[in-house]
Design a binder for this molecule. Structure first.
Ligand code: IVH
Length: 668
């Protein structure tokens, strides 16, 4: 072995050890700075000596921007589910049944553990190295998500210690910790993106992302609870898990041997409340027979092992009277029934409204006027109506019926074949649809007009100042000042915001128009392919469907949109006000102003998106980098920049600039 090879190996071992200290044991031994220096040295050596490359090197955890569809893999051992119950009595009955079935072995030791509420994963290790990570899929086969899994720092890529079988699988749950979940949703709310309903959806959504760099950013974690293979080191489940912990896996401290039914019951009553303090979501407990030999004796039913049972925590539930059902009208005309409730406290928040989603779900609940409704908020963050207490129903109470006319404009509703939702077809005359589209137009990811939210749009509408998106550009500060809500300054700010929106690029203008089913990504693809609204208006269905992501339905929607006279008039007016209706030639903007300068972008921005800043840097001759090092010239910082990055930039003496300062560098 050469010196270089030895050094590389030593660095990898050390970095793996520190990753484990930090992410599994929560006990770092060295500073972030020292860690980063080691990482940089390893990166450098690996770049200089590609012959010693290793896909499982700690440098490979950051994820690349490469995307590809997922391969499928057939599970060697199918991924089964668990029998489950909400009742302690049924758990007791299972303990009894199990002990009886094992008569002769007397001490059926049970292991109690958390039922983690994330998304399950099966990892395969060969000679101590991670070779594959597969999702549950349909239980028989799943998606290969190894690259995404590698970004989870608490998962060992190369095992520590010794004594692992040459080939084994380990199963566990990938989770988004509460803190990360809240951070991610706050960021999504800020960007006006749809929120994740709960950490489970967020974790499974994240694992299926095609971009490992984005996965890395989201802060997933993983706990392991099941070891499978031919030559496992120990004869009991718990001992195997303790071995796995020594090899570097995160195994919950809550895992415990229980020697009697009384201990099982005690474990349940303790965790029923204590689980609320855990950093990750759990939806119950799992009890497993500890001895592998006994597990083998008990075997499996078609769907689940007889040697295990899940006890599910009761979701928090409240009972409260219905005041009335209202019907919301969205910007696309979709009607959503909403239960308006007597306010009730549920898991720390007051619940007043809960969506009933659509007619089928509403009638399925068979709600009558004045009914007492059960509201639940389990792992779901959004409250849900789960049923009716019919014993409290007033005699003669009428069932709540779905409306057949639009509650806002009175137009008879229509329902598309095969769709669950009713819609108001009066697109251009129904006020909440129009104001909804104006709000959408002003949104952060569209025209980004600050201060033009729901209430202001409502007020402008009521005052008769706007009837469509084009009218925004004719507003004057004097118009606004006549309304109660505006002072001189706020009126001028809004006018400035509207003026600034004329610089928003065509990709976002197209999204802002609210053409049905033309979302952010589709709008971008169309704008980049077609180049201008004039060309788009002239295209046939055939030409439109040739664009990536555009099928016959979207093509039709586009044609219909531009065939409508009022829409064409709006587009022409937008053009006359100077709104961008074609792609900018990006060569015209090229300069050398930032030549030789390397930037790191961090945090959330308000004036332009992160991607726009990246583009500006490149168009002006600069370079973007993902991590701060001595080579970084500037850190472009938005809000909520990570404290570690901030500290690092400060310690290296790198100038930290804000949006305004950056734009000033470009003379903007
Ligand atoms: S054992 C053969 N242990 O629950 C059974 N599963 O309903 C193997 N889960 O798909 C699973 N925590 O995603 C086991 N401590 C735990 C668990 C657990 C969560 C999930 C897992 C599985 C599902 C079964």
């Amino acid at each position: 072995m050469t010196d270089i090879q030895q050094r590389i190996r030593a660095l990898r071992d050390e970095l793996n050890r520190h990753n484990h200290n930090y992410y599994v044991l929560n006990a770092p031994e060295i500073s972030d700075r020292d860690f980063d220096m080691m990482m940089k040295e390893l990166e450098r050596l690996e770049a200089e000596h590609p012959e010693y490359a290793d896909p499982l090197s700690p440098t490979r955890r950051v994820g690349s921007d490469l995307t590809k569809g997922f391969e499928q893999h057939v599970h060697v051992y199918p991924m089964l589910s668990l029998g489950n119950t909400y009742s302690v009595e049924e758990v007791d009955a299972w303990v009894e049944r199990t002990e009886k079935a094992l008569a002769g072995s007397r001490e059926a030791t049970i292991v109690g553990e958390m039922k983690f509420d994330g998304t399950s994963i099966s990892l395969t290790y060969e000679h101590g190295r991670l070779i594959r990570a597969v999702t549950r899929g349909d239980g028989e086969r799943g998606d290969v998500v190894t690259d995404n899994i590698k970004t989870i720092r608490s998962i060992p890529l190369v095992l520590r210690g010794e004594g692992w079988p040459d080939l084994f699988e380990i199963r566990g749950e990938v989770l988004l910790p509460w803190k990360e979940f809240e951070r991610l949703n706050a960021e999504r709310a800020f960007n006006e993106e749809p929120l994740f309903a709960n950490p489970r959806n967020a974790a499974s959504g994240t694992l299926k992302l095609q971009n490992p760099a984005e996965v890395a950013r989201r802060g997933l974690d993983a706990y392991f609870y099941y070891l499978l293979g031919e030559n496992l080191p120990c004869a009991t489940h718990l001992d195997n898990m303790m071995e796995a912990r020594r090899w570097g896996f995160k195994v919950s401290d809550a895992m415990r041997r229980l020697h009697s039914m009384a201990e099982v019951d005690e474990y349940i009553s303790y965790w029923d409340t204590a689980r609320k303090e855990l950093p990750v979501a759990t939806d119950g407990l799992v009890f497993k027979v500890d001895s592998l030999k006994e597990q083998l004796n008990l075997g499996f039913t078609a769907k689940s092992p007889r040697w295990a049972i899940a006890y599910k925590f009761q979701a928090e539930r409240a009972l409260t009277p219905l005041r009335f059902v209202s019907f919301d009208v969205g910007r696309m005309g979709i009607i959503t029934p909403v239960a308006n409730l007597e306010p009730v406290l549920l898991s720390g928040t007051i619940v007043k409204r809960a969506s009933l989603h659509n007619e089928d779900i509403m009638t399925g609940l068979d709600i009558h006027q004045g009914d007492w409704l059960y509201v639940e908020k389990g792992g779901e963050i959004i409250p849900k109506i789960t049923g009716v207490d019919t014993s409290r129903r007033e005699p003669g109470a009428e069932p709540v019926r779905f409306v057949d006319r639009c509650p806002a404009c009175g137009t008879p509703l229509v329902r598309q074949e095969g769709e669950a939702a009713w819609a108001c077809p009066n697109k251009y005359g129904c006020p909440p649809q129009i104001t909804g589209r104006i709000e959408h137009f002003a949104g952060r990811r569209m025209m980004n007009i600050d201060g033009l939210g729901e209430e202001i749009v409502e007020a402008l509408w009521k005052a008769g100042l706007i009837r469509n998106i084009a009218d925004l550009y004719t507003l004057t500060a004097a118009d606004l000042e006549r309304l109660d809500r505006f002072g001189q300054k706020s009126a001028q700010n809004l006018i400035d915001g509207i003026e600034a929106s004329k610089q928003v690029p065509f990709t976002r203008v197209l999204f802002a128009l609210s053409i049905p089913n033309v979302g952010e990504t589709t709008a971008k693809k169309i704008a980049r392919t077609v180049g201008s609204v004039d060309r788009l208006m002239a295209m046939s269905a055939e030409e439109l469907t040739a664009i990536e992501d555009v099928g016959p339905m979207i093509a039709n929607n586009i044609i219909e949109y531009f065939a409508t006279k009022s829409n064409r008039a709006i587009v022409e007016r937008l053009r006359s006000y100077g709104v961008q209706l074609e792609m900018e030639e990006d060569t015209s903007a090229r300069t050398d102003t930032l030549a030789g300068k390397t930037f790191v972008i961090s945090g959330v921005f308000t004036l332009h998106s992160r991607d726009q800043y990246k583009q500006m840097i490149e168009q002006n001759g600069g370079k973007n980098s993902g991590s701060i090092s001595k080579k970084t010239d500037y850190v472009l910082a938005g809000e909520n920049m990570g404290p570690a990055k901030l500290e690092k930039a400060r310690s290296l003496g790198i100038p930290i600039i804000n949006e305004q300062e950056f734009l000033a560098m470009l003379g903007m």
